[in-house]
Design a protein around this ligand. Structure first.
Ligand code: ASP
Length: 338
């Protein structure tokens, strides 16, 4: 016991020395942190892209009533999931190269509980299935047929997610594109349009509790069975109720390689602002492989416990939406490749 106490004291002193001069958040259990003394904005919800605005508005209905961030983010991301005109999330999502719409989603709450589904077909609200994986199973992640089977057992309706628009575009894509994996997975759509987008949403409620959700149909025309960052806890989403939360969008393979959202949260733990933490994660991708990174898009978005938020992307064009009691805006993220 004495040894253990000595070890704990030593680790504390080491960390204190390591971060001397920097603002440091201690990693101590804190189940009900309440509002931070210097809180900027609370409750607050932020999400990726401009279509996050409508999702935030839905999440806000829960937050403004004093509801839980977890309920808010689930309700929020269900908006783009159910929107057939949004071709990167849920119903109407672009299919894989076999013409199958496969969804990836995950959710994480203020107690670090989490649930996820990957490569799941036929269910519009992948995020709600992910939540039930978290709440009703001993597992974190279900994939493919297992995820579908679980969803059906839970009463979800089996639907065709491939809309005529997405089907026609896929058929056009088949005419001109080689049916094989390509190394550079950016700009595969005619006209150079991005072939992906995800809604990642993080929120802090009026009690200071944070949660996040992330849901996508993933990269268009991916190989069947491909799973991106979005359903992977730590990659597409991470929430640490002591520190903050982060989410990502863009080429999932790059985000997985650096465990991006977890990295952003850990950088915030070390005292970085949300924007600086997102930038440092982007720079990690650049440093790993500058030749590839210049042709890819990845964006990170983060919120800390003070209600401060920020984003950073590899390329121009990443936007994010913010809603709080004082703000309702879509911002353009700063980016690395000018
Ligand atoms: N990150 C998603 C994926 O790789 C797609 C996206 O956000 O653009 O599947």
């Amino acid at each position: 016991m004495a040894d253990r106490r000595k070890f704990v004291k030593l680790s504390f002193l080491t960390s204190a020395a390591l971060f001397a001069g920097k603002k440091v958040f201690a990693a101590t259990p804190n189940l009900d942190p309440g509002p931070f003394p210097d809180i900027k904005d609370q409750p607050i919800v932020i999400s990726t892209w401009d279509f996050g605005k409508a999702a935030n508005a839905e999440a806000w209905k829960t937050l403004e009533k004093g509801g839980r961030a977890l309920d808010a983010v689930e309700a929020g991301v269900k908006i783009p999931e159910a929107d057939p005109t949004n071709q990167s999330v849920g119903l109407g999502g672009r299919p894989d190269r076999d013409g199958r719409v496969t969804l990836d989603a995950c959710i994480m709450d203020e107690n670090s509980k989490c649930g996820s589904v990957a490569c799941m077909e036929h269910i519009v609200h992948a995020i709600s299935v992910a939540r039930l994986v978290m709440e009703k199973t001993p597992h974190v992640m279900l994939v493919g047929d297992g995820a579908l089977q679980f969803a059906l057992e839970q009463g979800f309706k089996k639907e065709n997610l491939l809309t005529p628009k997405s089907e026609n575009e896929w058929k056009d894509w088949l005419k001109t594109n080689k049916y094989k994996p390509v190394k550079n997975i950016e700009n595969m759509l005619p006209g150079g349009e991005h072939n992906h987008d995800t809604i990642g949403m993080v929120a802090m409620d009026s009690k200071g509790q944070m949660s996040g959700a992330c849901t996508t149909s993933g990269m268009a025309y991916k190989m069947h069975g491909r799973v991106g960052d979005s359903p992977i806890i730590g990659a597409g989403l991470y929430v640490d109720n002591e520190i903050g939360a982060a989410t990502s969008t863009g080429v999932g393979e790059e985000v997985i390689r650096i465990v991006g959202s977890h990295l952003v949260v850990e950088l915030m733990r070390q005292g970085h602002s949300p924007e600086d933490a997102c930038k440092a994660a982007v720079m990690r991708i650049v440093a790993r492989n500058p030749d590839a990174a210049k042709d890819l898009q990845v964006g990170f978005l983060a919120l800390n416990k003070k209600g401060e938020y920020g984003a950073y992307a590899l390329q121009k064009g990443f936007s994010y939406s913010v809603k709080s009691g004082t703000t309702e805006e879509v911002f353009h993220s700063k980016y690395y490749y000018q």
